[in-house]
Design a protein around this ligand. Structure first.
Ligand code: NAD
Length: 299
């Protein structure tokens, strides 16, 4: 097993690092939050007070950070760690960031004889804890093969989407569709309720009909239709509205770059930014359901 550093131990990175430790990996860890480092150390990691020290003596670095600027700064910024890594080291960046930042990172790292994969994930905090994430990877096929062993300790489904940046494009296409499905499912369920139908009965009907989709199967936005989902827990936990907004902004940038027509994605982006402005940024993204319910109450 490679000597590995894990940078960024938040909602996703924390449990991902724990699964690597469980699988027997020796991990150097760093996060800006001392509490996050302490928690990883409790699970057997070796903690460091800065990223440069964390990556000394390792040949694999995994990062899980909020956005592109954090990733570029970590590797290439003033105190960036790229210059401290041994030649031919592999970097796996699991953050969801703009594909142009992933491509820029790959080009700069190649000049330093370093290899990188963009490997954003799907599956949320639940998948990170259970070790069942989907990894959507961009980069060389050779590096993807090499990464399979370590990714398998954190996820069960591994896809090679294409060259550098392709992992990010695939992830963003998926999340744009997810936002459309979540808004559409909410709208349909609320219309059924407005017409006197029971939300659970309506959900069961759609699950056996052509409206079937992932949000109905495992993430129903209407409270108390499914147990153990954010909607049945006042929309706490899960995937924050503001992270979905970040992804819809990335989707818009991607669409502009490729001259793609994405009216449904644009509409979902407008709905989600209005929802955030109404004070819901830190709630789960299925809380968009309340936007349709509220509208109805006002009339
Ligand atoms: P988070 O905010 O919980 O964690 C980010 C962590 O990075 C924090 O602990 C922060 O202190 C740390 N950090 C930031 N800059 C740093 C730096 N320079 N050096 C070291 N540590 C640094 O976010 P999260 O929910 O874990 O999400 C991480 C990424 O995963 C995001 O790109 C997000 O879009 C993506 N993602 C999240 C989910 C989800 O359900 N939360 C699902 C799929 C993908």
């Amino acid at each position: 097993m490679k000597k590995t550093a894990f940078i960024g131990l938040g909602n996703m990175g924390g449990p991902m690092a724990q699964n690597l430790l469980k699988a027997g990996h020796q991990l150097h860890v760093f996060d800006l939050q001392q509490a996050a480092i302490d928690q990883a150390v409790q699970h057997g990691a070796i903690g460091f007070s800065n990223a440069v020290e964390a990556v000394s003596q390792v040949d694999l670095v995994i990062s899980m950070l909020p956005a592109g600027k954090h990733v570029l700064d970590l590797y290439l910024g003033e105190n960036g760690i790229a210059k401290d890594l041994a030649k031919d080291s592999l970097i796996i960046d699991c953050s969801t960031i703009d594909s142009s930042a992933s491509v820029q990172l790959a080009e700069q790292l190649r000049l330093l004889n370093l290899r990188v994969l963009d490997a954003p994930v799907s599956g949320g905090v639940g998948g990170a804890k259970a070790g069942t994430l989907t990894f959507i990877v961009g980069g060389s096929a050779y590096d993807f093969e090499e990464a399979k062993e370590v990714l398998s300790a954190m996820g069960t489904k591994l896809f090679h989407a294409g060259s550098h940046g392709a992992g990010q494009v695939a992830k963003i296409c998926n999340n744009m569709l997810l936002s459309v499905l979540m808004a559409g499912t909410s709208e349909a369920l609320q219309m059924a309720i407005d017409n006197g139908l029971d939300a659970k009965v309506m959900s069961d009907i759609m699950l056996q009909s052509s409206g079937r989709n992932w949000t109905l199967e495992v993430y129903n936005p209407c409270p108390n239709v499914l147990e153990n989902v954010p909607s049945s827990n006042d929309y706490q936990g899960g995937f924050m509205v503001d992270l979905m907004n970040k992804d819809l902004g990335l989707a818009k940038d991607t669409a502009l770059n490729s001259h793609s027509n994405t009216p449904m994605g644009d509409l979902a982006r407008n709905l989600y930014s209005e929802h955030s402005l109404q004070g819901n940024g830190h709630r789960d993204f299925s809380s968009i359901f309340e936007m349709f319910a509220d509208k109805n109450e006002k009339e």
